[in-house]
Design a protein around this ligand. Structure first.
Ligand code: F6P
Length: 550
């Protein structure tokens, strides 16, 4: 297959050469020369604007990148995903999170069976539970209304729901609080339940496999905590709900069959917030708003499926990411939402992107001979400006950034939102323009500095500029726009995986640590010293055995 020789392909070589040819270009000059640059390199879609004009690119760059996407047969790979082919080849599974938000009324067939009736059935069950809890029809074991929901899950069973629930705080029902416990560090669970009334708590145990060590440990401790306060095992039926593909394990845990919501192996953990894994979201914002989230994602799916590559937002974002990773050599990528409520977006995207594309083996089992997924990181603006932006502006590495903001804040006439927006725009301008030595000197002169002071300070005040950013704007942070935004990143990750010819839907790299933890755990409690590992591992375990018991 052509992609197996990606780095030897003529399009790859053409992009390498092109990058060398344009490496001296300065974006500030490109803007000066071409007043149409914003129009040329921006895209409006629905309530979204993507401005990618502040990238070190020319139209020839994009032409070559689109050719790369065609070379990778992106169209047919995309269709294979939407049509339920088993594109997760190492696990022999279809990848159909798009079916969970399919609003077309058309069937989605996996192994000869339309999955939509099951999808809608689970959504109806979710609606029932969510409505019952929110309306107060669902009462705890002692007859009290539920006031607090504690979601226990980790990775995809935590990050997506937690991020979305936080982002949509403006839509929360006031008398229902939703909490998330993920870490096996008991402090996470204990701190969360410390101020809660056990008679009013509902635990949702979310685990695709229902075997994840951390989630199982937290679930058992939550059960113990409940039963310490309500001394009746029958209480579990009113205070525990589970979301899993492994119903047998849930039943074994002791959760009533009626309280189990299911999903399917063709939903990857990090793509599962659209399924019943989204129950805490529905509880927080109501099922209608949850459906708004699905609608927004569906609209982005349709855009991704049907728009030409040149006007396709996820494709453009993905190709720009490839440009920086493979041709400019950027090893990390910052996601900078100018929104406090999106403060978990980067953490969520870390799993989405890094667990999907942090791979070095191609689909055919051969090692890659090019870089794949970058390190994803970020924090909300403006906080990051007072922390790590220094390095983005003046550090030695190029860090491509996505800046995100809503045009409207939640409050009308909100001066804070104007300040936020001004900073957002200013940062993209500053990164692009930089500040020349002449400009720095002129400022120092204006501040009455003599030549010696200017000589001393000017080098520190120079900003190289030419630092790339995408600006992603949307009208308002609503369930619909958030759904579209998440789907945008999901499809971006998909496109990159297609080009890198890797399987974006498995995660074998998380297994080794889990295996070894299973071996080490019993040894921490054994009477005799730990041996049989390397000297460091033995040493660490023995030090903890000693210090931990004193
Ligand atoms: O360890 C990684 C992982 O398998 C993720 O892919 C997944 O989202 C998470 O663990 C949780 O898995 P589960 O939902 O099966 O508990």
């Amino acid at each position: 297959m052509a992609l197996d020789q990606l780095a030897q392909s003529s399009i790859w070589k053409a992009l390498k050469k092109h990058q060398r040819d344009i490496s001296d270009l300065q974006m500030r000059n490109l803007f000066a020369e071409n007043p149409q640059r914003f129009d040329e390199f921006s895209l409006q879609w629905g309530d979204f604007l993507l401005d990618y004009s502040k990238n070190c690119i020319q139209s020839a760059t994009m032409t070559l990148l689109f050719e790369l996407a065609r070379h990778a047969e992106l169209d047919s790979c995309r269709d294979a995903m939407f049509h339920g082919e088993a594109i997760n080849s190492t696990e022999g599974r279809a990848v159909l999170h798009t079916a969970l938000r399919n609003q077309s009324g058309k069937p989605v067939v996996v192994d000869g069976k339309d999955v939509m009736p099951d999808v809608n059935h689970e959504l109806d069950k979710m609606r029932q539970i969510s409505d019952d809890i929110r309306s107060g029809r669902w009462l705890g074991h002692t007859g009290k209304r539920i006031s607090d929901v504690v979601n226990i899950g980790i990775g995809g069973s935590d990050l997506g729901p937690a991020m979305v629930t936080g982002a949509l705080k403006a839509y929360h029902q006031r008398d229902l609080n939703v909490h998330f416990v993920s870490n096996v560090d008991s402090a996470h669970l204990l701190d969360t339940v410390a101020s809660l009334d056990p008679e009013r708590v509902l635990f949702i145990i979310v685990s695709k496999t229902f075997t994840t060590q951390e989630t199982m440990a937290n679930a058992q401790s939550a059960r113990r905590w409940l039963l310490q306060h309500i001394n009746d095992t029958a209480a579990v039926a009113k205070h525990f709900v589970a979301v899993s593909t492994n119903a047998n394990a849930v039943l074994e845990f002791g959760i009533a069959r009626d309280n189990i919501l299911g999903f399917w192996d063709w939903v990857g953990g990090r793509y599962s917030l659209w399924s019943t894994v989204g129950l805490p979201i529905a509880l927080a914002i109501g099922i209608e708003n949850f459906e708004g989230l699905l609608r927004g994602a569906y609209q982005m799916d349709e855009h991704f499926r049907t728009a030409p590559l040149e006007q396709n937002m996820p494709v453009i974002l993905a190709l720009l990411g490839i440009w920086y990773r493979n041709f400019v050599g950027a090893s990390s990528y910052a996601v900078l939402p100018y929104s406090q409520r999106l403060n978990r977006l980067s953490a969520y995207l870390q799993q989405l992107d890094m667990e999907s594309n942090g791979k070095s083996t191609r689909k055919n089992g051969e090692p890659v001979d090019y870089d794949t997924g970058p390190i994803i990181w970020g924090e909300p603006g403006t906080n990051g400006q007072h922390a790590f932006y220094q390095l983005i502006h003046q550090g030695t590495e190029i860090i491509p950034c996505d800046f995100l903001i809503a045009a409207q804040g939640d409050q009308p006439n909100d001066e804070h939102h104007d300040i936020l927006t001004a900073n957002f725009i200013a940062q993209t301008e500053a990164l692009m323009r930089g500040k020349t030595e002449a400009e720095a000197r002129a400022e120092l002169l204006a501040a009455d500095m003599d030549v010696e002071q200017q000589d001393q300070l000017a080098p520190h005040k120079v900003f190289p500029g030419n630092r790339p950013s995408n600006s992603i704007l949307f009208r308002k942070l609503t369930p619909e726009t958030l759904g579209s935004l998440i789907a945008l990143y999901e499809h971006k990750v998909f496109v990159q995986g297609v080009i890198w010819n890797i399987n974006s839907f498995d995660q074998w790299g998380v297994e080794l640590g889990k295996q070894l933890a299973g071996v080490i755990l019993p040894k921490l409690k054994q009477a005799e010293p730990v041996t049989g590992h390397d000297a460091s591992t033995n040493g660490l375990a023995n030090w903890v055995r000693e210090m931990g018991s004193s």
